[in-house]
Design a protein around this ligand. Structure first.
Ligand SMILES: *[C@@H]1O[C@H](CO)[C@@H](O)[C@H](O)[C@H]1NC(C)=O
Ligand SMILES: *[C@@H]1O[C@H](CO)[C@@H](O)[C@H](O)[C@H]1NC(C)=O
Length: 390
């Protein structure tokens, strides 16, 4: 308001100069990698050594655990992890590496009893700060999946106490302040039940919006649906019209999370179904999850490197309404993201002035480049190029 055209030009020029000086875009590219992917067979075996230190602006290791009110990494191979982390940061001093606590299996229960009393919570927070500093991490990502009504207040309190402790540590040392982020729900009802958004907005550096798993083998009635549609499908009515990335981003923004703190989740995996009939459309009836992938080995989910193999001889359809592809071969159906859909998602988030993209997870991209013939990390690289282009 009231800014003259000259001011705007000066601001714009200043922004361009500062982007050039940083040598990087202002958008964040946040990349989760999982501890369990190091135990996959080749070519799926992924270790911190598989990571290009210039690929992402932020890396997040998933997941740490809580034991006796202290943060721990239970991985047998933790020493190698810590070494790999120092070496990544030596190669790229601007890279930020965070640890995530929680996850689907840990659930909400995993945060109890730590979060139940102020004493155990303070002990946990003190352990987090010394753990992060000892192992050269730059921050903590809290993946409380999901607080829901029961733990809404506890979640806000935990985040607030962590933020205050990080701020205090920053004031008392000459170190950079530790970052505090959270992996958060994308389903409207879970957002309503779980988060006091205006409070969280003050304490969190950014949120990793888990904008995927909108549809999968848990649907009742069991019908095909896309893992991470960008937009509402033309069939979607009522609650179904909330199950897409556009709605989730807009809802967080509407509830007053600043848009630059909202990082759009982009999956490198698809959700698969076994079809129950000759109908292969979205909404076709399914008899169960899709067959497990040869490397990831779980029903109903395929990594991008498995999807590229599946696509040979499959029929690919691009959904014009939801702006994502799905593929069918025999009785197998998979909804996934590819280079085209992720580029489109990045353009979308930039138009809305969101803060960037968060990848779940870089170990499910075709990180070796051997499966898709699109070079190493084709999806993450496509996201990166689209974020960087002005
Ligand atoms: C342990 O981590 C190191 C470094 O990341 C890696 O080279 C090694 O293969 C890992 N070991 C196992 C059993 O995955
Ligand atoms: C996390 O820690 C708890 C308590 O020590 C333990 O029972 C559990 O097995 C750990 N979880 C994992 C995945 O290592």
């Amino acid at each position: 308001m009231g800014t003259s055209i000259m001011d705007k030009r000066a601001l714009w020029a200043g922004l361009v100069v500062s982007l050039l000086l940083q040598g990087a875009s202002a958008y964040k590219l946040v990349c989760y990698f999982t501890s369990w992917s190091q135990y996959r067979q080749e070519p799926g075996k992924f270790t911190a050594e598989s990571i290009d230190p210039f690929l992402c602006s932020h890396l997040i290791y998933a997941f740490a655990n809580i034991s006796n009110n202290k943060i721990t990494i239970d991985d047998k191979n933790a020493t190698a992890l810590y070494q790999a982390i120092s070496s990544l940061k030596t190669k790229n001093p601007n890279l930020k590496i965070l640890v995530s606590i929680g996850g689907y299996l840990f659930g909400s229960e995993g945060f109890h009893p730590m979060a139940d009393s102020p004493n155990s919570q303070s002990a946990f927070i003190a352990s987090v700060i010394s753990f992060l500093r000892n192992h050269d991490f730059d921050g903590l990502d809290v993946d409380w999946i999901y607080p829901d009504l029961k733990d809404k207040i506890r979640f806000t309190a935990l985040i607030h106490e962590l933020a205050e402790a990080f701020q205090k540590e920053f004031a008392n040392t000459n170190k950079e302040r530790l970052l505090l982020t959270a992996g958060v729900a994308a389903w409207r009802q879970m957002i309503d039940n779980s988060y006091q958004i205006e409070k969280l907005a003050k304490d969190l550096d950014f949120i990793n919006l888990l904008s995927f798993d909108f549809h999968g083998f848990w649907e009742r009635p069991l019908v095909t649906g896309h893992n991470s549609p960008l937009r509402k499908g033309y069939r979607d009515r009522g609650m179904s019209s909330y199950l897409n990335v556009e709605y989730a981003l807009g809802y967080w923004a509407h509830k007053l999370m600043p848009t630059e703190k909202i990082i759009m989740g982009i999956p490198t995996y698809g959700r698969s179904f076994t079809l129950a009939s000759a109908d292969t459309a979205v909404g076709a009836s399914a008899s169960g999850p899709g067959a497990p992938g040869p490397i990831t080995g779980s029903s109903g989910i395929l990594a991008y490197y498995e999807i590229c193999q599946f696509l040979q001889g499959a029929k690919i359809t691009r959904l014009q309404d939801q702006q994502v592809p799905y593929a069918v071969k025999g009785n197998q159906w998979v909804g996934y993201d590819d280079v085209e859909s992720v580029k489109n998602k990045v353009q979308f988030l930039k138009n809305l002035n969101m803060g960037g993209a968060t990848i779940w997870s870089i170990d499910m991209d075709d990180f070796t480049g051997t499966s898709c013939n699109q070079g190493p990390f084709p999806l993450v690289q496509a996201v990166k190029r689209s974020l960087d282009s002005l």
